[in-house]
Write a protein that binds this ligand. Structure first.
Ligand code: PLP
Length: 375
């Protein structure tokens, strides 16, 4: 059987977890958490990275930091994971969904300005498949209307836009280390704070609303409750696991891109013959091969191909049900403008197996079966 995903285990995870156990420091913000935070700060050039318990929680922190409150509006694509919206709904915001671009499946930057009202507070670009949104345009709109930009870069670790790491371009950015992502620790995430004004408060919110971080640095002599917050820091065991993967990030990234390129090469004649469409990577983007997807003519052909591949024990997957069509999406959000592409494109998209360790032979087998399906 070829599974759809295999959680990455690269080798040094157990060694580092043992080190954490021997150090007798298991709660958050010990040596391994600091190593991970430093790794993002030095490799991705951002003033502050903080490991969190998930990307969902990093987005919740971002919503608090951005000062989102009852009645505010937040603009995002409808084609995304529920956490992108939930983080803001929890603060009482109304979510304003707009359409995606059919080429990258990312928010259509040309539609953002029309959705802005006096209540708009933030824009949340989601870098689908680790391919960047059109960030220059989004940042210039945000500047014009004084909005906060929060990148959902859950899938974008190691990807770049015009040479800048995804997650470090907006005011705030978020990563996921869920087992389905390129680098993982089972469950985990990070908040990237690219705007210095948010750093101190981010540390407080992450530590249950206390000034514990400042206390440990000797900057205050009492540790006390000073703001809202929650428990957003992961244990050292998770950080030790993740650090082993970050140390091998280049090797993992290169291997994933080779797999992606092989799919692209083996399926490109089907695109020329009009059977399917392949992903588009704009020139300004360096992607991380988070996923390889194809787009079929319609939902029916997609369903047939899923069943066909399943007969050969090849597991494929698709997502998302557009949020504006879900029960909660209707309650907490509104779709601004016309749903020209979100629903239609989501029904055509099919994700093929892609994980570190997937062999070239397996990619060839999968591609051959797809060719046979059409011929
Ligand atoms: C995976 C994912 C999340 C959630 O990440 P968790 O770490 O599981 O909370 C959020 N947004 C997007 C786009 C994702 O792909």
């Amino acid at each position: 059987m070829i599974p759809f995903n295999m959680p990455l285990i690269v080798g040094n995870e157990t060694k580092y977890i043992n080190e954490a156990l021997l150090s007798k420091k298991l709660s958050g913000d010990g040596p391994f958490t600091k190593k991970c935070n430093n790794w993002f700060e030095t490799n991705f050039y951002t003033p502050k990275a903080l490991l969190t318990t998930s990307c969902t929680h990093a987005l919740e922190m971002a919503a608090i930091l951005a000062g989102i409150k009852e009645g505010d509006e937040v603009i995002m694509p409808s084609y995304t994971f529920v956490s992108t919206a939930n983080a803001f709904v929890l603060r009482g915001a109304k979510v304003v969904f707009i359409d995606i671009r059919p080429d990258t499946m990312n928010i259509d930057e040309s539609l953002i300005e029309d959705a802005i009202t006096s209540k708009t507070k933030a824009i949340v670009p989601v870098h689908y498949a680790g391919v960047s949104c059109e960030m220059d345009k989004i940042l210039s709109i945000a500047k014009k209307y004084n909005l906060v930009v929060i990148e959902d870069a859950a899938q974008g670790v190691m990807s770049k836009y015009k040479g800048k790491s995804l997650g470090t371009i907006g005011n705030l950015g978020s990563y996921s280390f869920h087992e389905t992502k390129n680098y993982n620790c089972g469950e985990g995430g990070a908040l990237l704070i690219n705007d210095n004004q948010y750093i101190e408060r981010a540390e407080i919110i992450r530590e249950k609303g206390t000034n514990r971080s400042r206390f440990f640095r000797g900057q205050v002599d009492k540790y006390t409750w000073i703001d809202v917050g929650s428990s957003y820091l992961p244990s050292e065991i998770n950080a030790a696991f993740l650090y082993a993967q970050l140390e091998s990030a280049d090797k993992i990234n290169t291997a994933r891109i080779m797999t992606w390129n092989l799919y692209y090469k083996l399926l490109s004649h089907l695109e020329k013959e009009g059977f399917l469409e392949l992903p588009v990577i704009p020139l300004d983007c360096e992607q991380n091969a988070h996923m390889f997807y194809i787009k079929l003519k319609n939902l029916e052909i997609r369903s047939q191909l899923i069943e066909f591949l399943k007969k050969y024990d090849i597991i494929t997957s698709f997502h998302y049900v557009p949020l504006h069509t879900s029960d909660a999406g209707k309650k907490f959000g509104v779709f601004h403008g016309e749903d020209k592409y979100t629903t239609a494109e989501s029904e055509r998209l099919l994700r093929l197996p892609l994980y570190y360790g997937l062999s070239s032979e397996d990619v060839e087998v999968i591609s051959d079966h797809i060719v046979h399906f059409f011929k």
